[in-house]
Design a protein around this ligand. Structure first.
Ligand code: Q6M
Ligand code: ZN
Length: 657
């Protein structure tokens, strides 16, 4: 099983800087790398990563994207004096040169390709390259916006050529539009380019009409270029997560990439002078986590922008910790995106409707700029940065405690086995589905569950799994345990995948949120905290689970912000096992990874897969990610109905007044 996170950095890339007075470029300083690297050291993250050396990119690699003339011109900067460098720079926009920048640009590109090699040859699972100069603005024959060679664009071209890849996802979360990258792949359906960027209706740099949502790609590439413009500053975690849930993740799963490249610019984080946004560093741990279930975890993050040294260094640490599989921190106050963000989300979904199955059958209209919610006019953010992260982060707890009724599988040694009482195993498997036979059995069940939960709450393990004879009994046991023994748990999210009517004795006080996915219409009363999701069965397969996950379950779960997540799954539910593994993996972004999986009548293979998901192992992609019509309609109706109570579910501007 592939593991390990690569960290690629070399201080040589700090050895160039601005040599003359050029205000728009003055923020791109060498300290961006040195301060970030020292924060990684302070947090004990350098030693937990696998250090991969940089190398110089070859001319052949540079020419994958750039013209020979451009390369020759850049070479000449090595022997220029300051006046000549200044004159040379004036032919491009917002970029400066230095006698050592060509060398550093080759190292930045070489570092990026080293990372691609390490991931694609399975030396590591994922990794980050801390590089400068950045790349996503540079074009075939032009340097632009601090960028010389387009590191990520060349990485995609290189990966296609060297590893014969057919589908590569580029996620560009830098606050500037990577127009350079867009130009390279505009007509290429094998590279899905996603970018959000400060736009302010073309008022913000690089002020291009082709940066708006309406640029969706050309010819065969139509639909594979996704621009999400931020037309106000001050966007927050809720705005960023909404775009992931309602645009990027459904597209990414439908595209099913073999490799994910992140143009990881952190000028989209709070306190950055360029972005003026409000998303916190912890949010980037979640953005990273949400992408890690794609491409069997093969992700290469390459630094682009980020100009507030404090914010930048903490964002990078959160990204690395997520790559390492550490629990991702709670995000507070997740709620409805602002109207300006909703307008952008609505417009992106409208123009991409014809290109993506998850959008095709939805009633989406265009919404033109007439929203003027002044909530985003404020220059400051109302959340101070939660970077009081401990200087030296203790190693995370052991991953998984497992209580199995019966001894059918031997556990990986990374698991903690709850030693069962000496109950003869054949007797245990005799549990019937409807009730737990005899007092002894349910007492036995309770004891098992309690021991798993104790280990989770004592932080001895990260999460746990219990094979149970009856899901509803087990859920009740868990809830009663929490109310009696675990006062630190005030909000529990239960995701029950099954057809039995849960005895909804919910007093709706919000300390339990029950989301039930069922293949039959449930008559139980629905309320804010009891969400039945009907998923039609086609053949023996339940369709639309992924769609429900992105459009409903994850957004509501993030807004609810539980202290514990419980999944109650039954193998007979007819849901594709790979989808259940995706669900188990994605839900670990909540409750700081405190997840308890209850499995009824488990098949051994499913148990093993679930344990792998809980251990943070890479999980198989979902091949039939294409979602089905009827299921989408069902989920869409539930989303429409619930969005008033769960604002994060909104995908279009609702004129309330
Ligand atoms: C890698 C990167 O996207 O962060 C580079 C951004 C370049 C910005 C140039 N002009 C900014 C002028 C407006 N304040
Ligand atoms: Zn940027």
């Amino acid at each position: 099983m592939v593991s390990g996170t690569a960290l690629i950095y070399d201080e040589e890339m700090t050895r160039y800087r601005l040599l003359w007075d050029y205000p728009v470029c003055s923020i791109e300083v060498p300290e961006r790398l040195s301060v970030s690297y020292s924060e990684l050291q302070i947090q004990g993250l350098v030693e937990r990563c696998i250090s991969v050396p940089v190398r110089e990119a070859t001319e052949e690699e540079i020419l994958l994207a750039h013209s020979q003339d451009f390369l020759e011109a850049i070479k000449t900067t090595q022997n220029m004096d300051v006046e000549q460098l200044k004159a040379f720079a004036s032919q491009f926009q917002d970029v400066y040169f230095h006698q050592n920048i060509y060398h550093c640009a080759k190292l930045a590109l070489g570092a990026t390709l080293q990372l691609v090699d390490a991931v694609m040859t399975k030396k590591v699972r994922n990794g980050i390259a801390l590089v400068r100069p950045p790349g996503h603005h540079s074009q075939h024959s032009a340097a632009n916006g601090f960028c010389i060679f387009n590191n990520v664009a060349i990485a995609a071209l290189y990966a296609k050529k060297m590893f014969d890849l057919k589908r590569i996802l580029i996620v560009d979360w830098d606050i500037h539009h990577g127009q350079g990258t867009q130009y390279f792949f505009e007509d290429d359906p094998s590279v899905l380019y996603f970018s959000w960027h400060r736009y302010e209706n073309q008022e913000f740099w690089p002020n291009l009409p082709e940066s708006d949502y309406s640029t969706v790609g050309k010819g065969k590439g139509a639909g594979f270029n996704v621009n999400v413009p931020w037309n106000k500053i001050g966007m927050q975690n809720s705005d960023y997560l909404s775009v992931f849930f309602h645009i990027l993740l459904p597209m990414a799963y439908e595209f099913n990439p073999e490799l994910v490249l992140i143009s990881a610019g952190f000028d989209s984080a709070i306190n950055d002078p360029e972005g003026k946004m409000c998303a916190t560093p912890a949010c980037f741990a979640h953005l990273t986590h949400l992408l890690m279930s794609l491409a069997e975890g093969k992700i290469c993050a390459v630094l682009e922008g980020g100009y507030d040294l404090h914010s930048l260094s903490h964002c990078i640490c959160h990204t690395v910790k997520a790559f390492l599989g550490d629990p991702v921190p709670h995000l507070l106050n997740i709620s409805s995106p602002c109207d300006s963000a909703l307008e952008s989300i609505q417009n992106v979904r409208a123009v991409h409707q014809q290109h993506w199955a998850f959008l095709r059958s939805l009633p989406i209209s265009m919404k033109h700029q007439n929203v003027n919610d002044d909530k985003k006019l404020e220059q400051f953010c109302n959340e101070e940065i939660h970077t009081s992260s401990p200087n030296y982060c203790p190693l995370p707890p052991k991953r998984t405690a497992v209580a199995l009724l019966g001894e059918k599988i031997e556990l990986p040694d990374r698991c903690l086995k709850i030693n069962l009482d000496s109950v003869p195993s054949d007797e245990i498997w005799s549990f019937k589905d409807s009730t737990v036979e005899g007092q002894k059995d349910s007492l036995h069940l309770q004891k098992n569950l309690c021991s798993v939960m104790m280990k989770i709450f004592q932080k001895e393990v990260q999460n746990g799994l219990a094979a149970v004879p009856c899901l509803l009994e087990a859920i009740k046991a868990v809830l009663s345990f929490c109310t009696t023994c675990a006062n630190s748990v005030s909000r529990i999210l239960v995701l029950y995948l099954g057809d039995k009517d849960y005895p909804v004795s919910l007093e709706d006080d919000g300390n339990l949120l029950l989301i039930q996915m069922s293949t039959k219409k449930l008559k139980g009363r629905e309320s804010k905290y009891h969400i039945p999701i009907f998923l039609p069965k086609e053949g023996n397969n339940v369709k639309g689970v992924l769609h429900a996950l992105f459009s409903l379950i994850l957004p509501v779960a993030y807004m609810y912000n539980p202290d514990l997540v419980v999944t109650a799954l039954s193998c007979q539910s007819g849901v594709d096992k790979k989808i259940l593994n995706q669900l188990t993996s994605l839900l670990q972004g909540l409750a700081e990874g405190q997840l308890l999986c209850l499995i009824h009548d488990p098949e051994v293979s499913f148990l093993e897969d679930t344990i792998c998901s809980l251990l943070g192992d890479p999980i198989l992609p979902v091949t039939d990610g294409v979602l089905q019509g009827e299921a989408i309609q069902e989920v869409e109706q539930q989303r429409q109905r619930l969005q008033e109570q769960w604002g994060i579910l909104k995908t279009q501007v609702t004129r309330t007044e």
